[in-house]
Write a protein of this length. Structure first.
Ligand SMILES: Nc1nc2c(ncn2[C@@H]2O[C@H](COP(=O)(O)OP(=O)(O)OP(=O)(O)O)[C@@H](O)[C@H]2O)c(=O)[nH]1
Ligand SMILES: [Mg+2]
Length: 408
């Protein structure tokens, strides 16, 4: 913690920090991006994608059976009933942990252990330990019909999704004055079993939205350590990937590469409507527009209809609006990718001019669109990446802090 009297020099501008208590210069508005460390050697790790929604079956453990037994001692042949009780089955419990960021570790069936059966000589079976499933903060648990069961928003918060069955009573439990030799013992109860839907409220701070082949995955690779596949054919990315952008004040900004959208995505065309659900879970949106359209007549042209960057933006916003009203109004950035290609500058100028024209129209402002900053980048040639990271942090600081304030 800095003292107020301390003179601190900003690392970026070499000027005195204005608010020394928080250790950052407000003139600079954003912190510097820290280059992620390169992984050493060839990684044989299986490509892991981000999971923000899963349907699974949770099964509580079965209770142990009660024992039916009569004790027989050397000088006391009928020493009475001595069957012990069975132990209780374990619960399946979802627990919030800050170490977990995704739901990829959840299996299709999560089962807790069964209780141990009762034994002779009044020995009770052991209760099974509960099955704790760690989930990220902001996890929502819904029933099969879609009704909300729990919303886990605080560290350590828990939700019992399936209760374990009670252990059965052994015959010693049923010993009474009327019945000195009960020949009855209970079977352990079955654990609760149900289907639940587990989903994350927020998947990432920024979602990369664009047509297939716009260069979303290339961009994510350029700014983070995430390694989504990149290829010159559409629909390379079939599952979302999340990369963390690191800044020198230890703030981490999550950016999600979302599979490409095509015209008609809201009608389940292309990779289907389920991918629009990922967009819903991003706080801010980064539209990645492809500046290569109009250069050749490829498959990619067919999917995006050979649209100009402005037409791509309009179409993407239309798809988002059709899926959920107000979704396209989220704050963010506008990226014109592939600036290294010939004629790209002219296209960006055209895009800016069209946006200004639209902004002027009262119709656009009445629709509630926020004016987005346009940045020209080349993810492949690493052009404009530093400026992009700076802008990402500025938008993050503005909206993430604001949403935190609303939440508390
Ligand atoms: N010239 C040029 N090519 C780029 C640039 N960025 C990406 N590409 C190329 O565009 C093609 C598609 O890139 P991807 O990153 O796979 O595109 P995507 O948007 O993730 O595509 P989907 O996963 O299919 O949605 C690849 O051949 C990239 O090499 C760029 O800045 N300049
Ligand atoms: Mg991709």
């Amino acid at each position: 913690m800095f003292k107020v009297s301390t003179v601190v020099v900003c690392q970026i501008r070499r000027s005195l920090l204005h608010d020394v208590t928080i250790g950052r210069c407000h003139q600079c508005t954003t912190a510097r991006h820290v280059k992620p460390k390169k992984s050493k050697g060839v990684s044989l790790r299986k490509e892991a994608h981000f999971v923000d929604y899963i349907e699974l079956e949770v099964c509580g453990g079965k209770g142990g059976n009660g024992m039916l037994s009569f004790l027989s001692l050397p000088h006391r042949e009928w020493a009475g009933p001595d069957g012990g009780d069975g132990g209780h089955g374990g619960h399946v419990i979802f627990k919030v942990s800050h170490n977990i960021k995704s739901l990829s570790h959840l299996r299709k069936v999560e089962k807790a252990a069964d209780g141990v059966g009762g034994r002779t000589k009044q020995r009770h079976g052991k209760n099974a330990s509960h099955r704790y499933i760690e989930v990220p903060k902001g996890t929502v648990i819904k029933s099969e019909s879609g009704s909300l069961l729990a919303s886990l928003d605080r560290e350590g918060e828990m939700f019992v999704a399936a209760r374990g069955g009670a252990g059965g009573k052994g015959n010693h439990f049923f010993l009474t004055n009327e019945n000195r030799a009960p020949a009855v013992a209970e079977v352990g109860a079955e654990g609760q079993t149900r289907l639940v839907r587990v989903e994350l409220k927020t998947m990432a701070h920024f979602g990369l939205i664009g047509f297939p082949n716009a260069g979303k995955s290339t961009l994510l690779r350029a700014i983070s350590r995430a390694r989504p596949a990149v290829s010159a054919y559409p629909f390379t990315t079939l599952n979302p990937h999340v990369g963390m952008v690191l800044y020198d004040d230890h703030e981490q900004v999550a950016v999600a590469d979302i599979p490409g959208l095509i015209p008609g995505a809201h009608q389940n065309k292309g990779l289907g409507i389920s991918f629009l659900r990922h967009v819903e879970r991003c706080l801010c949106l980064v539209y990645v527009l492809d500046l290569s359209t109009g250069v050749d007549r490829s498959e990619q042209q067919r999917l995006s209809g050979g649209l100009s960057p402005f037409a791509q933006l309009t179409r993407l916003r239309y798809e988002l609006e059709q899926y959920q009203a107000g979704l396209s109004h989220r704050p963010g950035l506008l990226l014109a990718n592939k600036m290294d290609l010939p004629g790209a500058d002219r296209k960006v100028e055209e895009l800016k001019a069209k946006l200004q024209e639209e902004e002027g129209k009262s119709e656009m402002s009445s629709r509630g669109y926020q004016p987005l900053k346009v940045l020209g980048v080349s993810a492949k040639r690493m052009l404009g990446i530093n400026e992009l990271l700076h802008e990402l942090r500025a938008v993050y600081d503005q909206y993430h802090t604001a949403s935190d304030g609303e939440g508390s």
